[in-house]
Design a protein around this ligand. Sequence first.
Ligand code: AMP
Length: 664
Amino acid sequence: MLSDTEGGATISKAAIENATKVVDVDINGGWEIGQPVPYSSLAHVFGLIEATSKRLEITSILTSFLLLVIKRSKEGDRSSLLQSVYLCINKLCPDYQGLELGIGESLLIKAIAESTGRKMDAIKTDLKDVGDLGLVAKNSKNSQRTLFKPKSLTIPFVFSQLTEIAKTAGHSSQNKKISIITKLLAACSATTDEAKYIIRSLEGKLRIGLAERTLIVSLAHALVLRDQEKAGPAKSKESLALKLERGAQALKSVYSELPSYDHVIPVLLRVGIEGLKEKCKLTPGIPLKPMLAKPTKAIGEVLDRFEEKRFTCEYKYDGERAQVHRLEDGTIRVFSRNSEDMSAKYPDIYEQLPKAIQSNTTSFVLDSEAVAFDRTTMKLLPFQELSRRKRKDVKIEDIKVWVCLFGFDLLYLNGEPLLHKTLAERRTHLHQHFQEVPGEFMFAKSSDSETTEEIQAFLEESVKDGCEGLMVKMLETDASYYEPSRRSINWLKLKKDYLNGVGDSFDLVVVGGYYGKGKRTAVYGAFLLACYDSESETFQTICKIGTGFSEEALKTHTEALKGLEIDKCRSDVDAGGARPDIWFEPKMVWEVLAADLSLSPIYSAAKGTVDSRGISLRFPRFIRIRDDKNADDATGPEQIAEMYERQSLANKGPKKGAAEDDFW
Ligand code: AMP
């Protein structure tokens, strides 16, 4: 290990070795400076990435490719790099703009049939055998004879067509989509993997094992290498490795404040990594990924962690995260935890909030929880009430369940980001620039209590008032800065369920179903659940859940899951030894509680982390559907492993939480 005294980075030997590793990623002699990047080059790079599972190797491959894209772009061209980056993570724009890929299988099969002249049934049979529609499309091209050579695909063309498909809606949109896909497929070369990756992109998942954080590291490395080439050879491998590491840290930090490549990449190309931090800051209108909390099992653990530090306990409200932005021009936008624009769901917030903003406030980013609220009794209502609301086109006159916004943090105020201020300072700003309007906008109830008894009493009070428990937060020093997109140990959640059972609930994806028995043959009687590993982009099975459902609930779940049935286990689901009667597209997320965790030879969750076996949930209980979460927001194997270890240690004695984070 090498230590960087200026930047605080620590570099491993492997990273130093990797610093000067250049991978030849060109095929067919590459492309000329100023020419559009051929899509076949990107498909080739995807193939190289898919063939390895080593993170450093993936980083080298992608860095080499992105560096070529930069070096072969004309002066002032930003879109070549921007579009390459988006295609690598299978996105078309920042999340908050809401344009997504994810075309249904049957439509894709139709398009493959039309473009290759094959029968749909034959394609379906191949799909059953191979399990990957991308590969089926590629193989279908191999067997197709073409009379003339179509024009080669380029990144700008593929990107524009994918965008067109994602934007196409309304009347006859299916036909329009099929026609664009058919043309794209017809232009794919049979000797490359173009068709395979275009189809996978359209499906909504590339499945090459490239996590977004690896892309960010590669992008930073490519820029550092570009600037190093301009400046002349580096002093040594070690000094270059340090620059690469610092560059990656800098870009990660900037991107967590301003998660928009549309904004970051043009600046990156213009000023390089060094000047980026100055120019790219949290900006109202662009949602940042919220800070999250770590679960704790007992109040003793809270005291362990915060011993001799100042901390605060806040009510953990049971609603929906709302990140509210006000731009300098007065526009207000509300974003969900997943950066979705929720403005159409909450017209009541628009009506209520202005009354809570003091006259000394121009622009802000407020972190808060929108909670269903009974205006007659002035009491909190459970999350289920809120989930009854429509997600779109809500009209103020139709609202039956009103929300009250509970503000707990202020991230930006009057033109200045506050992320690097202490929570105590941020909270003072919040109280000085907003005012309570009972039942409409209130400050999260807090208590800066210090003893176990005080925390216990406040926890019980929060539960009595209809909350989920407490959030315990560091108040002072840099440990209390706001950490976007992190599940941080500086925020701990203490839920009421900690009083018994495992403690925190799990958000799990339904990947399979088991037919019911006896009276229940018309419905599924049990379900196979999985967690999601964002590192390998796979769903890992964790338990079968079948108790605690009413007949009515089973009927509702069966109906909701009907549309997600698929013939085969999807290739990104690691089933382990589980064999359900039917497989589902991993889409639906359920919140589940369990009595405890145990090692299992059947399930694959967190396999290889604490043991060669996987971890499973014992006596899982269904709590509710989480339609505010996507499948890739499900609980990760690292959290499950941590809970398992915590549980084993709890039997031996107390343990302090280990540092770990979510996105990074
Ligand atoms: P969980 O979803 O269990 O990880 O809990 C974290 C969620 O609790 C956040 O995303 C918020 O939506 C919600 N929450 C409720 N009250 C608070 C609070 N006082 N501070 C932070 N988050 C809160």
